[in-house]
Design a protein around this ligand. Structure first.
Ligand SMILES: C[S@@+](CC[C@H](N)C(=O)[O-])C[C@H]1O[C@@H](n2cnc3c(N)ncnc32)[C@H](O)[C@@H]1O
Length: 456
Protein backbone atom coordinates (compact mmCIF):
# COMPACT_ATOMS: atom_id res chain seq x y z
CA UNK A 1 0.00 0.00 0.00
CA UNK A 2 1.33 3.45 -0.94
CA UNK A 3 1.12 5.50 2.27
CA UNK A 4 1.41 9.32 2.14
CA UNK A 5 5.11 10.33 2.33
CA UNK A 6 4.57 12.78 5.20
CA UNK A 7 2.65 10.10 7.12
CA UNK A 8 5.65 7.78 6.77
CA UNK A 9 8.13 10.43 7.88
CA UNK A 10 6.01 11.23 10.93
CA UNK A 11 5.67 7.61 12.09
CA UNK A 12 9.31 6.78 11.34
CA UNK A 13 10.18 9.55 13.77
CA UNK A 14 7.58 8.50 16.39
CA UNK A 15 7.99 4.72 16.21
CA UNK A 16 11.74 4.42 15.59
CA UNK A 17 12.76 0.76 15.29
CA UNK A 18 9.10 -0.37 15.26
CA UNK A 19 8.29 1.70 12.17
CA UNK A 20 9.22 -1.01 9.63
CA UNK A 21 6.87 -3.58 11.25
CA UNK A 22 4.16 -0.91 11.50
CA UNK A 23 4.38 -0.06 7.78
CA UNK A 24 4.52 -3.75 6.81
CA UNK A 25 1.20 -4.34 8.62
CA UNK A 26 -0.54 -2.10 6.05
CA UNK A 27 0.14 -4.79 3.44
CA UNK A 28 -1.21 -7.65 5.57
CA UNK A 29 -4.83 -8.82 5.09
CA UNK A 30 -7.60 -7.05 7.02
CA UNK A 31 -8.99 -9.04 9.95
CA UNK A 32 -12.74 -9.65 9.84
CA UNK A 33 -14.86 -10.14 12.92
CA UNK A 34 -18.39 -10.29 14.24
CA UNK A 35 -20.20 -10.08 17.55
CA UNK A 36 -23.17 -12.15 18.61
CA UNK A 37 -26.14 -10.50 20.29
CA UNK A 38 -26.47 -12.17 23.71
CA UNK A 39 -30.18 -11.28 23.83
CA UNK A 40 -30.93 -13.50 20.81
CA UNK A 41 -31.05 -17.23 20.11
CA UNK A 42 -27.92 -18.89 18.71
CA UNK A 43 -28.80 -20.66 15.45
CA UNK A 44 -27.06 -23.78 14.08
CA UNK A 45 -25.40 -21.66 11.35
CA UNK A 46 -24.01 -19.29 13.99
CA UNK A 47 -22.61 -22.20 16.01
CA UNK A 48 -20.62 -23.30 12.93
CA UNK A 49 -19.13 -19.79 12.61
CA UNK A 50 -18.35 -19.25 16.30
CA UNK A 51 -15.06 -21.14 16.30
CA UNK A 52 -12.38 -18.49 16.72
CA UNK A 53 -13.14 -16.39 19.81
CA UNK A 54 -11.74 -12.90 20.35
CA UNK A 55 -9.96 -13.20 23.72
CA UNK A 56 -10.96 -9.77 25.06
CA UNK A 57 -14.68 -9.96 24.21
CA UNK A 58 -17.01 -12.74 25.43
CA UNK A 59 -19.29 -12.02 22.46
CA UNK A 60 -16.66 -11.47 19.75
CA UNK A 61 -15.36 -13.84 17.05
CA UNK A 62 -12.95 -13.68 14.14
CA UNK A 63 -14.54 -14.35 10.76
CA UNK A 64 -16.92 -12.88 8.26
CA UNK A 65 -20.74 -12.80 8.32
CA UNK A 66 -23.09 -12.14 5.44
CA UNK A 67 -25.31 -9.03 5.65
CA UNK A 68 -28.14 -10.84 3.81
CA UNK A 69 -28.19 -13.81 6.17
CA UNK A 70 -31.27 -14.36 8.32
CA UNK A 71 -29.12 -14.06 11.48
CA UNK A 72 -27.84 -10.64 10.44
CA UNK A 73 -31.24 -9.29 9.41
CA UNK A 74 -32.72 -10.57 12.68
CA UNK A 75 -30.01 -8.82 14.74
CA UNK A 76 -28.34 -11.95 16.11
CA UNK A 77 -24.92 -11.00 14.69
CA UNK A 78 -23.15 -7.73 13.90
CA UNK A 79 -20.15 -7.50 11.62
CA UNK A 80 -17.34 -5.60 13.36
CA UNK A 81 -13.61 -5.39 12.85
CA UNK A 82 -12.10 -7.21 15.90
CA UNK A 83 -10.06 -4.43 17.49
CA UNK A 84 -13.10 -2.08 17.37
CA UNK A 85 -14.65 -4.48 19.89
CA UNK A 86 -12.25 -3.24 22.55
CA UNK A 87 -14.19 0.04 22.71
CA UNK A 88 -17.48 -1.62 23.73
CA UNK A 89 -15.57 -3.82 26.18
CA UNK A 90 -13.87 -0.84 27.85
CA UNK A 91 -17.16 1.09 27.87
CA UNK A 92 -19.09 -1.96 29.15
CA UNK A 93 -22.14 -0.38 30.80
CA UNK A 94 -23.74 -1.85 33.91
CA UNK A 95 -27.41 -2.81 33.99
CA UNK A 96 -29.85 0.09 34.50
CA UNK A 97 -27.36 2.84 33.62
CA UNK A 98 -28.08 5.96 31.58
CA UNK A 99 -25.71 5.77 28.65
CA UNK A 100 -24.94 8.18 25.81
CA UNK A 101 -23.26 7.20 22.55
CA UNK A 102 -22.51 10.67 21.21
CA UNK A 103 -21.03 9.88 17.76
CA UNK A 104 -22.86 6.70 16.98
CA UNK A 105 -23.55 5.89 13.30
CA UNK A 106 -23.63 3.29 11.89
CA UNK A 107 -23.99 1.70 15.31
CA UNK A 108 -21.12 -0.75 15.88
CA UNK A 109 -20.47 0.53 19.39
CA UNK A 110 -24.16 1.23 20.07
CA UNK A 111 -25.14 -2.38 19.43
CA UNK A 112 -22.22 -3.47 21.64
CA UNK A 113 -23.46 -1.19 24.46
CA UNK A 114 -26.97 -2.65 24.02
CA UNK A 115 -25.53 -6.13 24.50
CA UNK A 116 -24.41 -5.10 28.01
CA UNK A 117 -27.48 -3.09 28.97
CA UNK A 118 -29.72 -6.10 28.19
CA UNK A 119 -32.86 -3.95 27.69
CA UNK A 120 -32.38 -2.16 31.05
CA UNK A 121 -31.58 1.51 31.70
CA UNK A 122 -31.49 3.99 28.86
CA UNK A 123 -29.31 4.39 25.80
CA UNK A 124 -29.42 7.73 24.02
CA UNK A 125 -27.62 7.16 20.76
CA UNK A 126 -26.82 10.23 18.71
CA UNK A 127 -25.64 10.86 15.18
CA UNK A 128 -25.18 14.41 13.96
CA UNK A 129 -25.31 13.52 10.25
CA UNK A 130 -28.91 13.19 8.99
CA UNK A 131 -27.93 10.67 6.30
CA UNK A 132 -25.89 8.44 8.61
CA UNK A 133 -28.55 8.39 11.33
CA UNK A 134 -30.74 6.14 9.13
CA UNK A 135 -28.21 3.31 9.26
CA UNK A 136 -28.02 3.74 13.02
CA UNK A 137 -31.80 3.43 13.18
CA UNK A 138 -31.73 0.20 11.14
CA UNK A 139 -29.09 -1.39 13.36
CA UNK A 140 -30.83 -0.43 16.61
CA UNK A 141 -34.06 -1.87 15.19
CA UNK A 142 -32.35 -5.12 14.19
CA UNK A 143 -30.96 -5.45 17.72
CA UNK A 144 -34.54 -5.34 19.08
CA UNK A 145 -33.79 -2.50 21.51
CA UNK A 146 -36.57 -1.35 23.85
CA UNK A 147 -34.42 1.05 25.88
CA UNK A 148 -33.07 3.35 23.16
CA UNK A 149 -33.76 6.87 21.95
CA UNK A 150 -32.08 7.93 18.70
CA UNK A 151 -31.23 11.61 18.32
CA UNK A 152 -29.88 13.55 15.34
CA UNK A 153 -28.44 16.49 17.25
CA UNK A 154 -25.27 18.44 17.80
CA UNK A 155 -23.40 17.65 21.01
CA UNK A 156 -24.15 21.23 22.16
CA UNK A 157 -27.92 20.76 21.67
CA UNK A 158 -27.82 17.54 23.68
CA UNK A 159 -25.80 19.15 26.46
CA UNK A 160 -28.39 21.95 26.77
CA UNK A 161 -31.11 19.40 27.51
CA UNK A 162 -29.25 16.64 29.34
CA UNK A 163 -26.64 18.29 31.58
CA UNK A 164 -25.22 16.06 34.32
CA UNK A 165 -27.51 13.21 33.24
CA UNK A 166 -25.42 10.26 32.08
CA UNK A 167 -23.63 7.49 34.01
CA UNK A 168 -21.53 6.68 30.97
CA UNK A 169 -20.72 8.54 27.77
CA UNK A 170 -18.93 7.15 24.76
CA UNK A 171 -17.25 9.60 22.40
CA UNK A 172 -16.13 7.49 19.44
CA UNK A 173 -14.82 10.60 17.81
CA UNK A 174 -14.74 11.58 14.14
CA UNK A 175 -11.00 11.45 13.45
CA UNK A 176 -8.35 11.37 10.75
CA UNK A 177 -8.97 7.63 10.36
CA UNK A 178 -5.33 6.57 9.98
CA UNK A 179 -6.12 3.27 11.70
CA UNK A 180 -8.56 2.43 8.86
CA UNK A 181 -6.16 3.05 5.93
CA UNK A 182 -5.68 -0.70 5.48
CA UNK A 183 -9.42 -1.51 5.63
CA UNK A 184 -10.46 1.53 3.60
CA UNK A 185 -7.58 2.91 1.49
CA UNK A 186 -9.91 5.66 0.15
CA UNK A 187 -9.63 7.27 3.62
CA UNK A 188 -6.05 8.25 2.68
CA UNK A 189 -7.28 10.81 0.13
CA UNK A 190 -8.45 13.13 2.95
CA UNK A 191 -5.16 12.90 4.81
CA UNK A 192 -2.70 15.79 4.91
CA UNK A 193 -0.17 16.49 7.62
CA UNK A 194 -2.57 19.18 8.96
CA UNK A 195 -5.60 16.90 9.07
CA UNK A 196 -5.03 15.49 12.61
CA UNK A 197 -4.85 19.03 14.04
CA UNK A 198 -8.09 19.96 12.24
CA UNK A 199 -9.80 16.86 13.63
CA UNK A 200 -8.46 17.70 17.10
CA UNK A 201 -10.26 21.07 17.05
CA UNK A 202 -13.58 19.30 16.43
CA UNK A 203 -12.79 16.63 19.05
CA UNK A 204 -12.17 19.32 21.69
CA UNK A 205 -15.57 20.85 20.87
CA UNK A 206 -17.30 17.47 21.17
CA UNK A 207 -15.55 16.60 24.44
CA UNK A 208 -16.40 20.01 25.93
CA UNK A 209 -20.09 19.18 25.48
CA UNK A 210 -19.71 15.55 26.58
CA UNK A 211 -18.18 16.60 29.92
CA UNK A 212 -21.25 18.75 30.64
CA UNK A 213 -23.51 15.70 30.38
CA UNK A 214 -21.53 13.47 32.76
CA UNK A 215 -22.93 12.68 36.22
CA UNK A 216 -20.73 12.75 39.32
CA UNK A 217 -18.94 9.40 39.34
CA UNK A 218 -19.82 8.92 35.67
CA UNK A 219 -17.42 7.50 33.08
CA UNK A 220 -16.31 9.08 29.83
CA UNK A 221 -14.87 6.73 27.23
CA UNK A 222 -12.98 8.35 24.38
CA UNK A 223 -11.89 6.44 21.30
CA UNK A 224 -10.49 7.12 17.85
CA UNK A 225 -9.39 5.00 14.93
CA UNK A 226 -6.23 7.00 14.33
CA UNK A 227 -2.60 6.79 15.40
CA UNK A 228 -2.23 10.59 15.50
CA UNK A 229 -1.00 11.74 18.94
CA UNK A 230 -2.74 15.10 18.35
CA UNK A 231 -6.08 13.28 18.52
CA UNK A 232 -5.09 10.68 21.10
CA UNK A 233 -2.64 11.34 23.97
CA UNK A 234 -2.56 15.09 23.30
CA UNK A 235 -6.36 15.21 23.38
CA UNK A 236 -6.40 13.39 26.73
CA UNK A 237 -3.62 15.66 28.09
CA UNK A 238 -5.75 18.68 27.15
CA UNK A 239 -8.84 17.11 28.76
CA UNK A 240 -7.03 16.36 32.04
CA UNK A 241 -5.65 19.90 32.23
CA UNK A 242 -8.93 21.60 31.29
CA UNK A 243 -11.12 19.47 33.56
CA UNK A 244 -9.15 18.55 36.72
CA UNK A 245 -12.21 16.62 37.95
CA UNK A 246 -11.55 14.00 35.25
CA UNK A 247 -9.08 11.20 36.06
CA UNK A 248 -7.87 8.47 33.74
CA UNK A 249 -8.75 4.89 34.72
CA UNK A 250 -6.36 2.09 33.75
CA UNK A 251 -7.34 -0.08 30.80
CA UNK A 252 -6.17 -3.69 30.99
CA UNK A 253 -3.83 -4.42 28.07
CA UNK A 254 -4.33 -7.85 26.52
CA UNK A 255 -3.92 -9.48 23.11
CA UNK A 256 -1.22 -7.01 21.99
CA UNK A 257 -2.73 -3.73 23.23
CA UNK A 258 -0.09 -1.35 24.58
CA UNK A 259 0.04 1.64 26.90
CA UNK A 260 -0.64 5.19 25.76
CA UNK A 261 2.56 7.15 25.05
CA UNK A 262 3.07 10.09 27.48
CA UNK A 263 6.13 11.25 25.51
CA UNK A 264 3.85 11.91 22.50
CA UNK A 265 1.96 14.50 24.59
CA UNK A 266 2.99 16.46 27.70
CA UNK A 267 4.85 13.61 29.42
CA UNK A 268 2.10 13.02 32.02
CA UNK A 269 2.69 9.37 33.09
CA UNK A 270 -1.09 9.00 33.67
CA UNK A 271 -1.46 8.77 29.88
CA UNK A 272 -0.05 5.24 30.04
CA UNK A 273 -3.45 4.19 31.39
CA UNK A 274 -4.95 4.72 27.92
CA UNK A 275 -4.64 1.96 25.33
CA UNK A 276 -3.17 1.91 21.85
CA UNK A 277 -4.01 -0.78 19.33
CA UNK A 278 -1.48 -1.15 16.52
CA UNK A 279 -2.06 -3.53 13.57
CA UNK A 280 1.53 -4.83 13.78
CA UNK A 281 0.98 -5.83 17.43
CA UNK A 282 -2.56 -7.23 17.36
CA UNK A 283 -5.14 -8.88 15.08
CA UNK A 284 -7.11 -5.84 13.99
CA UNK A 285 -6.97 -2.23 12.83
CA UNK A 286 -5.59 0.82 14.65
CA UNK A 287 -7.40 2.40 17.61
CA UNK A 288 -6.87 4.51 20.71
CA UNK A 289 -9.06 4.22 23.82
CA UNK A 290 -9.14 6.09 27.12
CA UNK A 291 -11.50 5.81 30.07
CA UNK A 292 -12.00 8.68 32.49
CA UNK A 293 -14.04 9.04 35.66
CA UNK A 294 -15.70 12.26 36.80
CA UNK A 295 -14.69 12.94 40.42
CA UNK A 296 -16.84 16.09 40.64
CA UNK A 297 -19.65 15.87 43.21
CA UNK A 298 -21.99 18.54 41.90
CA UNK A 299 -25.33 16.92 41.11
CA UNK A 300 -27.94 18.29 38.76
CA UNK A 301 -31.64 18.35 39.69
CA UNK A 302 -33.48 15.31 38.26
CA UNK A 303 -35.62 16.07 35.24
CA UNK A 304 -39.23 15.06 34.61
CA UNK A 305 -39.44 11.83 32.65
CA UNK A 306 -41.68 10.99 29.72
CA UNK A 307 -45.35 10.02 30.15
CA UNK A 308 -47.99 8.10 28.15
CA UNK A 309 -50.02 10.29 25.78
CA UNK A 310 -52.53 7.86 24.25
CA UNK A 311 -56.20 8.69 23.79
CA UNK A 312 -58.65 6.17 25.35
CA UNK A 313 -59.44 4.84 21.84
CA UNK A 314 -55.74 4.31 21.03
CA UNK A 315 -55.16 2.63 24.39
CA UNK A 316 -58.04 0.26 23.72
CA UNK A 317 -56.72 -0.69 20.27
CA UNK A 318 -53.26 -1.34 21.71
CA UNK A 319 -54.66 -3.43 24.58
CA UNK A 320 -56.77 -5.47 22.15
CA UNK A 321 -53.67 -6.13 20.11
CA UNK A 322 -51.64 -7.19 23.17
CA UNK A 323 -54.45 -9.55 24.23
CA UNK A 324 -54.52 -11.08 20.74
CA UNK A 325 -50.80 -11.87 21.22
CA UNK A 326 -51.32 -13.38 24.68
CA UNK A 327 -49.25 -10.69 26.45
CA UNK A 328 -50.17 -7.95 28.90
CA UNK A 329 -47.76 -5.00 28.64
CA UNK A 330 -44.28 -3.80 27.71
CA UNK A 331 -42.43 -2.97 30.94
CA UNK A 332 -40.40 0.20 31.61
CA UNK A 333 -41.72 2.26 28.71
CA UNK A 334 -44.13 5.15 28.19
CA UNK A 335 -46.57 4.69 25.32
CA UNK A 336 -46.61 7.68 23.03
CA UNK A 337 -48.47 8.29 19.79
CA UNK A 338 -46.71 10.59 17.35
CA UNK A 339 -49.33 11.08 14.64
CA UNK A 340 -50.48 7.57 13.67
CA UNK A 341 -47.31 5.95 14.95
CA UNK A 342 -47.12 4.30 18.37
CA UNK A 343 -43.75 4.30 20.16
CA UNK A 344 -42.47 2.67 23.33
CA UNK A 345 -40.35 5.45 24.81
CA UNK A 346 -37.88 4.31 27.50
CA UNK A 347 -39.39 5.36 30.84
CA UNK A 348 -36.05 6.81 32.05
CA UNK A 349 -35.95 9.35 29.19
CA UNK A 350 -36.39 12.93 30.39
CA UNK A 351 -38.80 15.29 28.71
CA UNK A 352 -36.81 17.37 26.21
CA UNK A 353 -38.02 20.46 24.39
CA UNK A 354 -35.83 21.30 21.44
CA UNK A 355 -33.92 18.14 20.76
CA UNK A 356 -33.92 16.78 17.21
CA UNK A 357 -35.15 13.25 17.82
CA UNK A 358 -34.86 10.72 15.01
CA UNK A 359 -36.72 7.97 16.85
CA UNK A 360 -38.22 8.57 20.32
CA UNK A 361 -38.14 4.87 21.16
CA UNK A 362 -39.16 1.55 19.62
CA UNK A 363 -41.77 1.91 16.93
CA UNK A 364 -44.56 -0.47 17.96
CA UNK A 365 -46.89 0.02 15.02
CA UNK A 366 -49.50 2.17 13.33
CA UNK A 367 -53.01 3.11 14.37
CA UNK A 368 -55.25 2.49 11.39
CA UNK A 369 -59.03 3.01 11.34
CA UNK A 370 -60.32 0.88 14.24
CA UNK A 371 -57.29 -1.43 14.23
CA UNK A 372 -53.64 -1.56 15.10
CA UNK A 373 -50.96 -2.82 12.73
CA UNK A 374 -47.74 -3.95 14.47
CA UNK A 375 -44.32 -2.89 13.20
CA UNK A 376 -41.25 -4.81 12.10
CA UNK A 377 -39.34 -3.25 15.03
CA UNK A 378 -41.79 -4.73 17.51
CA UNK A 379 -41.37 -8.21 16.03
CA UNK A 380 -37.58 -7.91 16.35
CA UNK A 381 -37.88 -6.83 20.00
CA UNK A 382 -40.53 -9.43 20.84
CA UNK A 383 -38.20 -12.22 21.97
CA UNK A 384 -37.06 -10.15 24.94
CA UNK A 385 -40.74 -9.90 25.88
CA UNK A 386 -41.31 -13.67 25.58
CA UNK A 387 -43.88 -13.05 22.86
CA UNK A 388 -45.35 -16.25 21.35
CA UNK A 389 -43.88 -17.14 17.94
CA UNK A 390 -45.00 -19.00 14.86
CA UNK A 391 -42.04 -21.02 13.57
CA UNK A 392 -41.26 -21.01 9.86
CA UNK A 393 -38.47 -22.80 7.98
CA UNK A 394 -35.70 -21.31 5.82
CA UNK A 395 -37.61 -21.80 2.59
CA UNK A 396 -40.63 -20.00 4.02
CA UNK A 397 -38.30 -17.25 5.35
CA UNK A 398 -36.86 -16.76 1.84
CA UNK A 399 -40.38 -16.31 0.49
CA UNK A 400 -41.21 -13.98 3.38
CA UNK A 401 -38.27 -11.61 2.78
CA UNK A 402 -39.18 -11.58 -0.93
CA UNK A 403 -42.62 -10.25 0.01
CA UNK A 404 -44.61 -13.36 -0.92
CA UNK A 405 -47.68 -14.87 0.73
CA UNK A 406 -46.85 -18.44 1.79
CA UNK A 407 -48.52 -21.55 3.19
CA UNK A 408 -48.10 -23.26 6.57
CA UNK A 409 -48.20 -27.06 6.82
CA UNK A 410 -50.74 -26.76 9.68
CA UNK A 411 -53.46 -24.09 9.77
CA UNK A 412 -53.57 -21.80 12.81
CA UNK A 413 -56.59 -22.11 15.07
CA UNK A 414 -56.94 -18.34 15.59
CA UNK A 415 -56.37 -15.96 12.71
CA UNK A 416 -54.36 -12.78 13.21
CA UNK A 417 -50.92 -11.19 13.47
CA UNK A 418 -48.12 -13.55 14.52
CA UNK A 419 -44.44 -13.05 15.17
CA UNK A 420 -42.75 -15.34 12.66
CA UNK A 421 -39.53 -16.97 13.82
CA UNK A 422 -36.86 -18.92 12.01
CA UNK A 423 -34.40 -21.03 14.04
CA UNK A 424 -35.73 -19.30 17.17
CA UNK A 425 -35.12 -15.75 15.88
CA UNK A 426 -38.06 -13.40 15.35
CA UNK A 427 -37.96 -12.19 11.74
CA UNK A 428 -41.10 -10.05 11.38
CA UNK A 429 -44.90 -10.12 11.56
CA UNK A 430 -47.19 -12.08 9.30
CA UNK A 431 -50.96 -12.28 9.34
CA UNK A 432 -52.02 -15.89 9.59
CA UNK A 433 -55.40 -16.79 8.08
CA UNK A 434 -55.88 -20.56 8.27
CA UNK A 435 -52.81 -22.02 6.57
CA UNK A 436 -51.98 -18.83 4.66
CA UNK A 437 -49.51 -16.20 5.93
CA UNK A 438 -49.97 -12.70 4.54
CA UNK A 439 -46.78 -10.77 4.24
CA UNK A 440 -45.88 -7.80 6.47
CA UNK A 441 -42.13 -7.75 5.83
CA UNK A 442 -41.24 -4.06 5.20
CA UNK A 443 -41.42 -3.27 1.49
CA UNK A 444 -38.15 -1.33 1.48
CA UNK A 445 -36.22 -4.34 2.83
CA UNK A 446 -37.52 -7.02 0.44
CA UNK A 447 -35.05 -8.92 -1.71
CA UNK A 448 -34.74 -12.09 -3.76
CA UNK A 449 -33.25 -14.55 -1.27
CA UNK A 450 -31.55 -17.79 -2.30
CA UNK A 451 -29.62 -20.44 -0.36
CA UNK A 452 -26.42 -18.95 -1.76
CA UNK A 453 -26.93 -15.25 -1.11
CA UNK A 454 -28.30 -15.72 2.43
CA UNK A 455 -25.76 -18.19 3.77
CA UNK A 456 -24.27 -16.86 7.02
C1 LIG B 1 -15.96 7.11 14.16
S1 LIG B 1 -17.51 7.52 13.57
C2 LIG B 1 -18.58 6.66 14.65
C3 LIG B 1 -18.62 5.16 14.48
C4 LIG B 1 -19.63 4.52 15.38
N1 LIG B 1 -19.38 4.85 16.78
C5 LIG B 1 -19.66 3.02 15.24
O1 LIG B 1 -19.09 2.31 16.05
O2 LIG B 1 -20.33 2.53 14.32
C6 LIG B 1 -17.74 9.17 14.09
C7 LIG B 1 -19.11 9.76 13.88
O3 LIG B 1 -19.11 11.11 14.38
C8 LIG B 1 -19.96 11.89 13.58
N2 LIG B 1 -19.59 13.33 13.70
C9 LIG B 1 -18.96 14.12 12.81
N3 LIG B 1 -18.86 15.36 13.30
C10 LIG B 1 -19.42 15.38 14.52
C11 LIG B 1 -19.62 16.38 15.50
N4 LIG B 1 -19.21 17.62 15.33
N5 LIG B 1 -20.27 16.02 16.63
C12 LIG B 1 -20.68 14.76 16.83
N6 LIG B 1 -20.50 13.77 15.92
C13 LIG B 1 -19.88 14.08 14.79
C14 LIG B 1 -19.75 11.34 12.18
O4 LIG B 1 -20.87 11.63 11.36
C15 LIG B 1 -19.55 9.85 12.43
O5 LIG B 1 -20.75 9.13 12.24
Amino acid sequence: MQLPAEFMTKYERLLGDQAAAFFAAFDAPVEKGFRVNPAKAVTPAMRVKMTSAVSYSPIGYYGRVNGNAMEHLAGAVYSQEPSAMTVGEVARPQLNERVLDLCAAPGGKTTHLLSYLRQTGLLVTNEINPKRVTALGDNVERYGALNTVITNATPAALAKELAGFFDRILVDAPCSGEGMFRKDPAAMQYWTSDYPAECATRQREILTEAVKMLKPGGYLIYSTCTFAPEEDEQMMAWLLKTYPQLKLEPIEKTAGMVDGRPEWADGNPELKKAARLFPHLMRGEGHFIAKLVNTDETTVKPQKTVRDNLTPAQRQLWQQFLTSQGVTAIPNVALQAHGEQLYAVPAMMPVTRKLKVFRPGTQLGTFKKKRFEPSYALALASDSLDWPQLAIDHEQWQRYVHGETFQLTTAVTTNGFRVLSCDGLPVGFGKAVGATVKNFFPKGLRFLATNENTQL
